[in-house]
Design a protein. Structure first.
Length: 594
């Protein structure tokens, strides 16, 4: 049977492989004669996929032949523009010429995009179309520019309205939806169609095409980052629904077994996840992180953080970890948040992260007088807020620990333009107050913190220490920050209403709870060193600190040991029985004198 375009593509593909299997020298002439037939073949396929199955006039045999011929045509197109591993420089130039022919003269991208917007269709045709679309614009600014100007990133408001109206009128199922009713193919519809068809490899190819367009056209990055619908869709399809369900099952099994070891991330990560992550990372490196976060922001005061924003932040945390690991061998590696856009974009990205951190911290503290992340009522909203806050803290504390000139500038700007350091010191004060209240009822070593609480505590200490590293301005700022008490702390013989303290005092007090947190002592020592280094004023504050009162624990009492403290802060131990004997002797002497 001949295809609609009067070309039998299975024969063309076989002949092409015989004639051009060892190179691409004959491809240009080969392709010139097949530009229009290729367009016609895909158009015939698209027209068939636009109608409902029950309206089709093709027999099952004809339908099968249409699919087979379309696959062969797509494979031919891919062979034309896909470089081989051993491709020569001259062949790369030839591929660029073939790309131009297909896009400029052959107008291949229109039927390709129409095919990809259909929910109905052959999975193999969808995958081949997505890969061909991607390869047509790879390393080619001309074809990428044509594609960027031809198709919008997301459907227009009028298109969305028309599609909703038709769905309500016809009452069609999702899989039978007629996407040809939409006036314009667009990236969102292509991505949604791939996602709903559960074809993650096709989705990966489409996102790769977007990524390659940004590489070829840097100015296109702002358009992508600004498009709320596109970014939201990408974040929603970051992992497949099936992998999420499987992760939830594994988590339930893990909780039932009361085990502390589980790892489901490898199961969730696929080719689509990889490319979405690469695309978001590329945009963030160009300085678009604030745009990405705000483009999917919530307009509701009652829902300050959305799940899509949490997914974005976790992607950025992964990039931050890779950056820190890379800097261990190459300190010149560019910052993942604005590094490719320049110093100004990098500083703006960090100011955004610092501002977001203080906003989330304010929300948490408003909900509860004293809070440690992980000790909430367990609501989904609170979980999102707390997850976002901890993730932003992780990003800041890890990347600000890199020792290079750019990070030094970032630290200075954060100290001048944000309240990040002050808010961290105050939050840390809240936590130490809560711990002090617990210690008043039991021994310090008996205080227990969850893994999440320990993570928060060390992140705050580490971030404060990194902010103060080689920064006299931030060291002074820590000393000037007043940390008011959040609770009234009661001890055995006194009530402390909370004497005036600053951020430096709070940082020093954290080391007292090292028994409750495995790495707190090490991070505390480093943070204190950074806060005191080459700062005589801060060193003087520490030198003036004296112990206020000895702690007489139950264990010491039982062992017959008394702790005493002189005016100089010197601690001495004595036996309780011996003390009693001294008192008795003194009293007896007085009686004799009387």
């Amino acid at each position: 049977m001949e295809s609609t375009g009067r070309v039998v593509w299975t024969d063309v593909l076989e002949q092409f492989r015989k004639d051009c299997g060892d190179g691409k020298t004959a491809l240009v002439e080969y392709q010139k004669t097949l530009l229009q037939p290729f367009h016609d073949q895909l158009s015939s396929y698209v027209n068939e996929m636009c109608i409902r199955k029950e309206e089709s006039t093709l027999s099952s045999t004809d339908m099968k032949e249409l699919v087979v011929q379309t696959r062969a045509a797509l494979r031919f197109g891919l062979a034309c523009v896909t470089p081989q591993d051993d491709e020569t420089e001259s062949n790369y130039s030839l591929i660029s010429e073939l790309q131009d022919l297909a896009v400029v003269q052959g107008l291949w991208i229109m039927p390709l995009s129409q095919l990809l917007c259909q929910l109905r269709g052959d999975p193999k045709c969808r995958l081949l179309s997505a890969r061909l679309l991607c390869n047509l614009i790879t390393s080619n600014a001309t074809t990428a520019s044509i594609l960027a100007s031809t198709f919008p990133l997301s459907p227009s408001a009028e298109s969305v309205k028309m599609n909703i109206q038709q769905s309500l009128i016809t009452n069609q199922n999702q899989e039978d939806n007629n996407h040809d009713s939409m006036t314009e193919p667009n990236w969102v519809d292509m991505i949604v169609a791939a996602g709903k068809s559960k074809h993650r490899d096709a989705l990966a190819a489409l996102v790769a095409a977007l990524h390659n367009m940004i590489v070829a056209l840097t100015s296109f990055a702002d358009n992508v980052a600004h498009d709320s619908m596109l970014i939201s869709v990408l974040l929603r399809y970051f992992v497949s629904a099936e992998s999420v369900v499987e992760s939830l099952k594994l988590r339930t099994q893990h909780d039932a077994a009361d085990s502390h070891e589980t790892n489901t991330e490898a199961d969730n990560w696929d080719s689509a996840t990889d490319w979405i992550h690469l695309l978001l990372a590329k945009l963030a490196k160009l300085g678009c992180l604030p745009l990405l976060y705000r483009s999917v922001g919530s307009c509701s005061v009652n829902i300050p953080v959305l799940p899509e924003q949490i997914v974005l932040l976790h992607c950025m945390a992964r990039e931050a970890d890779s950056f820190v690991m890379g800097c261990s061998s190459n300190t010149e590696i560019s910052n993942p948040f604005g590094g490719d856009g320049g110093l100004e974009e990098t500083v703006e990205s960090y100011i955004f992260l610092a501002t977001l951190s203080t906003e989330l911290s304010s929300i948490i503290n408003h909900k509860k007088p004293i809070t440690i992340v992980g000790s909430t009522d367990g609501s989904f909203e609170n979980s999102l807020i707390e997850s976002g806050y901890v993730t932003v803290l992780d990003i800041l504390r890890s990347t600000l620990g890199v020792d290079n000139a750019v990070t030094g500038v970032i630290r200075q700007n954060l100290g001048k333009q944000t309240s990040l350091l002050q808010e961290c010191a105050k939050y840390l004060g809240n936590i130490t107050d809560m711990l002090a209240e617990q210690v008043s009822e039991k021994r310090a070593r008996d205080v227990r913190l969850t893994a999440t609480e320990q993570h928060l505590l060390t992140s705050l200490v580490c971030l404060i220490g990194n902010m103060c590293y080689k920064s006299k301005q931030n060291q002074d700022l820590l000393r000037w920050t007043v940390v008011p008490p959040k609770v009234e702390i009661k001890s055995n013989d006194r009530t402390d209403s909370g004497e005036a303290r600053n951020g430096l005092h709070t940082l020093l007090s954290c080391t007292a709870y090292a028994t409750s947190c495995f790495t707190l002592r090490e991070w505390g020592v480093i943070a204190i060193r950074n806060a005191l280094e080459a700062n005589l004023e801060n060193q003087a504050v520490v030198a003036e600190l004296v112990a206020q009162d000895p702690v007489q624990s139950a264990d010491l009492e039982h062992a017959g040991i008394r702790v005493t403290l002189d005016v100089k802060g010197q601690v001495t131990l004595s036996e309780i029985d011996a003390d009693k004997n001294k008192i008795t002797e003194t009293e007896a002497g007085d009686d004799d004198a009387c």
